[in-house]
Ligand binder design. Structure first.
Ligand SMILES: [Zn+2]
Length: 189
């Protein structure tokens, strides 16, 4: 793990779509991670309409006066974040996994850290983002695995792939559906 920077793709329009990383199934990523800027800073970058910006200041949210709506207490707040435009000509490797794709399931020989024999593996997605004077010019896939790739590559006698239609897989996906939905909600999907 260690430190990394985050690059978020914000306010994406249909014209921007070609320069937003997508998984093998075609889902677009809201953000990716990179160690190629200065990961010790743990900084947030954004790409807005193909141009790179770096966070410079974030003010704490300012709360408005509380009000009651249908007996529920409502507190509205606004926050302000400032980003400076970058003019760097740089290539960065960026990676993530898709949280819209289901993980690929395997049955292990022993119990994992959760005390379960079902283990999840997620397809690895990695690209090279090429910026020229701060403009994102190219998005080159380095390793964008499909779920089928993961199933094929990791299947062994000790760790057998469980097909999605398997009864155990169906039950596992049912049990973890709420958790996956929460993860997406946190990430603003
Ligand atoms: Zn996906």
């Amino acid at each position: 793990m260690g430190s990394f920077d985050t690059i978020r793709f914000i306010d994406v329009t249909s014209e921007d779509m070609l320069l937003v990383p997508a998984c093998a199934a075609g889902h677009h990523m809201a953000d990716v991670q990179t160690k190629d800027f200065d990961p010790d800073e743990n900084t947030q970058y954004v790409v807005w309409h193909g141009v790179l910006y770096k966070i410079v200041a974030q003010r704490d949210p300012v709360n408005e006066a509380p009000t009651l709506v249908d007996n529920d207490l409502i507190i509205k707040s606004t926050s302000t974040t400032r980003y400076k435009r970058l003019h760097d000509t740089v290539s960065v490797r960026a990676y993530t996994h898709c949280d819209q794709c289901l993980p690929v399931l395997f049955e292990t020989n022993g119990y994992n850290w959760r005390g379960d024999v079902v283990t999840e593996l997620e397809p690895w997605c990695e690209w090279e983002l090429k910026f020229e004077k701060g403009h994102l010019l190219e998005l080159e896939p380095i390793r964008v695995e499909s779920r089928a790739d993961v199933a094929k590559k990791n299947h062994t006698i000790e760790r057998a792939h469980i097909p999605d239609t398997d009864r155990i897989a169906v039950r596992h996906f049912e049990r973890t559906a709420e958790h996956r939905a929460n993860v997406r909600r946190v990430r603003g999907r």
